[in-house]
Design a protein around this ligand. Structure first.
Ligand code: NAI
Ligand code: MG
Length: 332
C-alpha cells in the first residue's frame, strides 16, 4: 500500500458520511490501507475515554487521518482537540468555495482561511479573579512564523496570488503587533506573492461586501474560528464545508459539521463535506490529480442537482449520492 490511513468515524452521522467517502475511495487509482480507530461518545461509553491512547498512537503512525464527527461528552476532554494537540496540528485550513447548485450567497467564491490552531486566545490559560475571570492571549514569534510560512507556501503551491493577514494590532499592540510584524518578515521571502493586512473588524465586513477579493487569509486562533464560520455562511450549509488540520508530520481531515443527532440514523446526511475533506487529504498526500478528479466528480453531482441529499433540496440518501459521485469519479 502506498498510504496508511487512520479512519475515525465517530458518532451520529460521522460513520454514515465516512462510509460514503470510503466507498468512493475504493475506485481511486491510489492504494490505501486503513485502520479504524475510535473517539467520541460511543467510544466513551465502551472504553471510558473519548479518545483512547490507542487512537492517538494509530493516528501518529499513519500518513493521514480521516475524522468523521463526534458527539461532545459534557465534562470530558474533547477528542478532536486532544488529537490536534497530540499531533501538533498547528494549521487549521478552511476553504471557502461556492459550488454551483448549492445555496451559496456569492457566486464564484474561492479562497482559503489559514487559522493558527495552537495558541492565541485559545491558549487554555484562564482563571477566576476576585471580580470575574481572565484569559491569556498567547502569541509567540515561532508560532506566527510557522503559520505565516505555511500560508505563503500554500499560496505558492496552489497558484494563489495574495495573502491577507488579519489582526487587531491597533488595540492588541503587543500580541497582534508581533503577528503582523512576523507576517511581513515572512512575506519578504515571497516576492512572487502579494501581501496585505486588514483589521479583523473590517475583514468581517469585507467578507460580506466584497468576499471575491480574498485569496489566502492568515490569522490567529479566535479570529480564524469566527471568520471561518462566517466564510461557511457565505457558501451555504454545514453539509458542504471541509477542513484540514495540518502539522509538520501529520494531517487530519474532517468535515466542519458535528454528529447531527437530529438526522443521524436516517441515512440522509450530506456526504459532501466528508468527500471534500478527503479531497484535501489527497492533496496533502501529494495526490493532486486524484484530488482534483474527485472534486470534479462531486462538483458535477452538485451542479446536476438530481442525486443530492434533502439539505440540498434533493431526495437522495447519503449512499445514493456517494454512488453517483463514485461512478463519475471512476469514469474520469
Ligand atoms: P451539527 O453540525 O451536528 O448540526 C447542526 C445542523 O446542521 C443540524 O440541523 C444538522 O442536521 C445539520 N447538518 C450537519 N451536518 C450535516 C450534513 N452532513 N448533512 C445534512 N445536514 C447536516 O451541530 P450541533 O447540532 O450543534 O452538534 C451536534 C453534536 O456534534 C454536539 O454534540 C456537538 O458538540 C458535536 N460537534 C462535533 C464537531 C466535531 O466532531 N468536529 C463539530 C461540531 C459539533
Ligand atoms: Mg468553530
Amino acid at each position: 500500500f502506498m498510504y496508511r490511513l487512520t479512519v475515525i468515524p465517530g458518532d451520529g452521522i460521522g460513520p454514515e458520511v465516512m462510509e460514503a467517502a470510503l466507498y468512493i475511495l475504493e475506485v481511486s487509482e491510489i492504494d490505501f490501507s486503513y485502520e479504524t480507530a475510535h473517539a467520541g461518545n460511543e467510544c466513551f461509553k465502551r472504553t471510558g475515554s473519548t479518545i483512547p491512547d490507542e487512537t492517538i498512537s494509530t493516528s501518529k503512525k499513519s500518513d493521514a487521518t480521516l475524522f468523521g464527527a463526534v458527539t461532545t461528552v459534557p465534562g470530558q476532554k474533547s477528542g478532536i482537540i486532544t488529537l490536534r494537540k497530540e499531533l501538533d496540528l498547528y494549521v487549521n485550513l478552511r476553504p471557502v468555495k461556492s459550488y454551483e447548485g448549492t445555496p451559496f450567497l456569492f457566486e464564484g467564491l474561492d479562497f482559503v482561511i489559514v487559522r493558527e490552531n495552537t495558541e492565541g486566545l485559545y491558549s487554555g490559560v484562564e482563571k477566576y479573579t476576585d471580580d470575574g475571570a481572565e484569559a491569556v492571549r498567547v502569541v509567540t514569534r515561532g508560532a506566527c512564523e510557522r503559520i505565516c510560512k505555511f500560508a505563503f507556501e500554500y499560496a505558492r503551491k496552489n497558484m494563489r496570488k495574495k495573502v491577507t493577514a488579519v489582526h487587531k494590532a491597533n488595540v492588541l499592540k503587543k500580541t497582534d503587533g508581533i503577528f503582523k510584524d512576523t507576517f511581513y518578515e515572512v512575506a519578504h521571502e515571497y516576492n512572487d506573492i502579494r501581501s496585505e493586512d486588514f483589521y479583523v473588524d473590517a475583514t468581517a465586513m469585507y467578507l460580506i461586501t466584497k468576499p471575491q477579493n480574498f485569496d489566502v487569509m492568515v490569522t490567529t486562533n479566535l479570529f480564524g474560528d469566527i471568520l471561518s464560520d462566517e466564510g461557511a455562511g457565505l457558501v451555504g450549509g454545514l453539509g458542504l464545508i471541509p477542513s484540514a488540520n495540518i502539522g509538520d508530520k501529520n494531517g487530519l481531515f474532517e468535515p466542519v459539521h458535528g454528529s447531527a443527532p437530529d438526522i443521524a440514523g436516517k441515512g440522509i446526511a450530506n456526504p459532501s463535506a466528508m468527500i471534500l475533506s478527503m479531497c484535501m487529504m489527497l492533496k496533502y498526500l501529494g495526490e493532486v490529480e486524484e484530488s482534483q478528479k474527485l472534486e470534479k466528480a462531486l462538483t458535477k453531482v452538485l451542479r446536476d442537482g438530481k442525486v443530492v441529499t434533502p439539505d440540498l433540496g434533493g431526495v437522495a440518501s447519503t449512499m445514493e449520492m456517494a454512488e453517483q459521485v463514485k461512478t463519475i469519479f471512476e469514469g474520469l
